[in-house]
Design a binder for this molecule. Structure first.
Ligand code: SF4
Ligand code: SF4
Length: 89
């Protein structure tokens, strides 16, 4: 039986590092009006917190698709492949 995208994503296993492999420039994110990252990331890694006035980066859920290296219209996201055996396994 063919698996749905959601079922395939559920099967991806990862070992998250203790430090994020994704950094954002919060100064830029604060004034960004579109918050496009909260829409294009397939793993919903990015969430805007109006209470804290900052972008929350849930890097532990990252699928390492690389979309955020080109998706942010302001170049705020710095993405590095997880190292040292962390990340997708
Ligand atoms: S990462 Fe890019 S798209 Fe997302 S809030 Fe920051 S500036 Fe906006
Ligand atoms: S690499 Fe893909 S899954 Fe990971 S944060 Fe970027 S867009 Fe989201």
């Amino acid at each position: 039986m063919v698996k749905t995208i959601e079922e395939k994503i559920f099967l991806i296993k990862s070992c998250p590092d203790t430090e994020s492999h994704i950094k954002v420039n919060q100064d830029i994110c604060t004034i960004c009006t579109g918050k496009e990252c909260t829409k294009f990331c397939p793993a919903n890694v990015f969430a805007w917190s109006p209470v804290n006035n900052k972008l929350i980066v849930g890097y532990e859920n990252c699928l390492e698709c690389g979309l955020c290296t080109v998706g942010c219209p302001y170049g705020s996201i710095r993405y590095e492949q997880p190292k040292g055996g962390f990340g997708r396994i």
